[in-house]
Write a protein of this length. Structure first.
Length: 364
């Protein structure tokens, strides 16, 4: 018992408190939008997801991260499981809004993409830990890209362009953190541009091109993505400094704001809690990211450093894209706000990652 208390004291409690407040903020907003619909099922499920995520955070803080570093077969096994789950979506997942992204498990759903992101981060951290001093060899760079290629293709075919962007960006960021030289990096960027151009000309069908254009220019679909983004901007503007009050936002409560519990929860928070509520949310995210970066800087070997830095990037990227979507600055690509939006998959996977980070902090 005494050793357990000593161990718990070593945890980063500032990080944990910021996570608790972010989850709590999300639950308040989900409850508020549930009032407008008169349906509290999502709120009840989010309570369960939150409890499960926090339990896993503490459990994984006891799981020695060195097992991932020292056992490549474990990571490869997890990678294979993720790829099989992504393949299985084409056969067993229901098609929702033209996308096959979730397994239906009774009242719950399972999206393997979030887990794939975490496993790929572990895999890339392991790969470049071994080979970081040989990044001048193009073969190492290209081979690492193969790990990204298979899940990216499977996710692209769903289609889910937003998640493909995250995986490719994660690979590039890990390359940069690993110390890739400028010349091979520029060559890689050039090859990527050529590949995208050739794909557009020869691989994509017309309906796929239309989806990409609507993805990049939501105003081309004024009653779809364009409508959603316009309503999000109206909601944020209506919030002003103080907000319209809990459960008082007209856009959120009367259904004008689409997906106020997932993609557009930031707009719902802005409408009901105003600029002050948004500022508080941003401060919590800054505290969380800064604690993760602190863990990365204090790490004494490459694997924990690369994992921590990559995990911080995943959160920053998703936060930036989600807020940009809500503000009308970026296209809508279906990325939720970490720890705040409704959804068990993303919440639980992030908590698992944070648990691994806690173990890294303690054991370094």
């Amino acid at each position: 018992m005494k050793s357990l208390i000593i161990y718990l004291r070593k945890l980063d409690w500032i990080l944990i408190v910021s996570v608790l407040l972010l989850i709590g903020f999300g639950l308040i907003s989900i409850y508020s939008s549930s009032l407008g619909k008169g349906d509290f099922l999502n709120f009840q499920k989010q309570l369960i997801f939150s409890a499960a995520g926090l339990i896993l955070l503490f459990l994984f803080s006891f799981f020695n991260y060195r097992l991932f570093r020292n056992d490549p077969f474990l990571i490869l096994f997890l990678y294979l499981i993720c790829c099989l789950c992504l393949i299985g979506l084409f056969f067993f997942a229901p098609e929702i809004r033209g996308v096959k992204s979730w397994y239906k498990l009774g009242p719950l759903s399972f999206d393997p993409i979030d887990l794939t992101k975490l496993v790929l981060l572990l895999l890339l951290a392991k790969y470049f830990t071994i080979r970081h001093i040989e990044l001048y060899r193009v073969s190492h760079i290209l081979f690492s890209g193969l790990y990204i290629l298979l899940p990216s293709v499977l996710i692209f075919l769903q289609p889910n362009l937003g998640s493909v962007m995250i995986l490719v960006s994660l690979w590039l960021v890990i390359l940069i953190f690993s110390g890739i030289r400028i010349k091979p990096f520029l060559i890689l960027m050039l090859c990527g541009i050529i590949l995208v151009s050739l794909s557009w000309q020869f691989l994509l069908k017309n309906y796929q091109k239309e989806r990409v254009l609507n993805f990049l220019q939501p105003q081309l679909e004024p009653l779809g993505m364009g409508w959603s983004q316009a309503q999000a901007k109206i909601a944020i503007g209506a919030g002003g400094l103080w907000g319209q009050g809990f459960a008082q936002g007209s856009q959120t409560q009367y259904g004008f704001l689409s997906e106020p519990q997932t993609d557009f929860i930031f707009a719902a928070i802005g409408e009901e809690f105003g600029l002050l509520g948004v500022a508080f949310l941003l401060i919590l995210f800054l505290i969380l990211i800064s604690r993760i970066i602190k863990i990365a800087l204090a790490s004494q070997s490459n694997f924990p450093r690369l994992f921590s830095a990559g995990f911080a990037f995943l959160l920053v990227f998703q936060i930036f894209i989600n807020m940009g979507m809500n503000l009308g600055l970026l296209p809508i690509i279906g990325l939720s706000l970490p720890l705040v939006s409704y959804g068990g998959n993303g919440l639980i996977v992030i908590c698992i990652g944070l648990g691994i980070l806690q173990n890294i902090k303690i054991n370094r």
